[in-house]
Design a protein around this ligand. Sequence first.
Ligand code: BGC
Length: 762
Amino acid sequence: MTRDTWILEDEGPAAAAKYETLFALANGYRCLRGENPFLATERGGSFIAGVFDKSDAQVLELVNAPDPQGLKVYLDYEAVQANEEGAKNYKRTLDMERGLVESAIVFKSKTGNILELRHEKFVSIANVHRWAERITFKALNFSRRILMESTIDGTGCNAVGHPLDCAKHYEVSGTHGFKPGICLSAVTNERRIEIAEASVIACEDQGACLNLLRLRQGRESITEVYELKLEQGREVTVWRFGATFCSRETPGFLAGACERELASFRKDGYCGELSAHEKAWHKKWDAIDVRIEGDDLAQRSLRFNLFHLASSAPSGDSRSSIGAKGLHGEGYKGHVFWDTETFMFPFFLHTQAEVARDLLLYRFMTLEGARANAAASGCQGARFAWESADDGIETTPRWGVDYAGNHVRIWTGDIEVHINADISYAILAYYRATGDRVFMKDYGLQMLLEIARFWAGFVKADTHGKSFSIKNVIGPDEFHEHVDDNAYTNYLVRWAFGKTLEIAGDFENESPDSFAAIMERSGTAKLEFRRWKEVSEGLLLPKDEDTGVIEQFSGYFGLKEYPIREWDENDMPIWPAGLDVSKLGETTLIKQPDVVMLFAMLPEEFPRESKIVNYDFYEARTMHKSSLSPSIYSMVGLSLGKTSHAYRYFLTSIRTDLDDNQGNASLGIHAASMGGAWQSAVFGFGGFSLDAKGIPQFDPWLPEEWTSLSYAVKVGRAELRVRVSRESIRVESDMSLKVVVAGREIMLESGTPGTFPVAKCD
Ligand code: BGC
């Protein structure tokens, strides 16, 4: 396999804002947007996980924090820029294997001097407080000094240039010159979170040619200006060492912490940290990589998804989770949606279960907010926020813009309550895959119970009290608001009730003391169980008895049909002619899978024929206006033998940000789609699933482009390595366990791979 499938190349100035996202580097603690040292920054930014603030913005948002990346090189007093006359041989690449961005430029100044410059940047995943750059200069036809400016900028704000949304969330509390080295401290307006950014420049040549000329200390920024004496033909390497701290995790004087960190960073050296960072990535890739042979485009694109998804995971910090746009931009204000539990979670669960646990713990940490949300809807128990920031209080903006550009009320934060069932689902999936009883005892069961208490109060009984409805909600398809009995919500709620009662029963039998303590913590009385059972048995599950199509919500079948007949160059549906996009709720068009989501999540609950009928019906009406859509159609399609579209949907999903097929990649990555891409590769093509008892199943299928597919998954304490070729599947486990391959039960001995023929491929 070529190294090429690890490398992504920048397309240049025309797509600068998109590449600031695509080349952003994150380590779960922080993210530095992929600002291009040779281009003017378009949507720059620096984000620290969990640093939210509201100030005068509509809602709490992830703070676009002071940006330490300012770097300018001047040759003959002219800034070295790729888009200026004289810039030649410009190139920038993301190396996903090593976790770094490399750029190179040969720049000719107006005076005719030619400078060759190479730049490399990484945000360490070995020590999350560190980031660094290596800049190598070579004067090709001159000998003289050049100037270099290094800036920490505290002037930025969120939503720059947007008159209604822009907000400055912090004030700069001080700038410090370490001579050499600079530091800027800031404090957020409301939460009073302190942040300190520091950097220092050093030269390989120990001061021989690098001199600090000036320190510019502004009110909101700090800059060091260095001169670097170059001799024709001789390479000079300079490093910029960066350190970041924040009062969320570091007590005390942060500028002092930065100064100490920079000193030890310099001692460890650029290469020392880079090698620790590369080693950490090597280990991570060993756990997460999915190898596709025979299709370099799919391989590179899929790795791009895994790279950014893995970079977004909180680093051992259960107080933050992963936002819909990762840590990579301001999109969706850094908020956490169902995207995390439903789309990203399975990837972590089966590759790095400790991260999956942290993601669930984040929800536990926000329980108090969730209780307040439930109380606000007049219910007991917990209603997790549709959009969550740092405390779990609902943070969905109340106003937004529809597809027609109208200013509209956003209802998702009030009524897109299925998030509660999605969280139950993730807790149960975690328990099934890991058997982590301690988690269930300390956190999981309590959340399940508090969620169930919410539903018990939220449902509406009919006049006889025998059947129950969930009214006035939004399902995954957000084109339709204020609907009753959304099938996705009702099915999932019923299922979660059943599982919650089952696990509660197990705990009561096996550990009565801890069960009593959990019941108390969650405020649940045993009496409530009877009602839960009645509710789950009586919940309306809409369906058309003649066709077998599950009605997405009550009244959906009566809506107006607008057949989709045209697709754009990215294979995305075009709005049908004559449609009023401000009245989508009056049509059967849907934004993304809703009923079909159920087949991805609860496959064993529905007969195959029902899945096929529903898949065909709803696929034809799906506009894929959410990046969460294509991966589900790919994966569910594969499970139903609908292989012809599966590869196309998979490509759409893995190319979401690369092709910018939702048109907003500049605002951050589509992290849910990235999780969906992994699910489509491993659950879909790789055919991996766990049955209800947690036994691994494999039933793969390969598209004609692929000669093989390999991946690793963790189930409990076992790690399974799987390689699917066109003829066979090879499964190896580091623990003896039972697996089912293409329907056949097999006992795998630890360390002894089993190879089995496969019938399915193109
Ligand atoms: C989708 C939601 C998703 C949200 C954040 C919306 O466009 O409809 O399902 O949770 O984006 O990604």
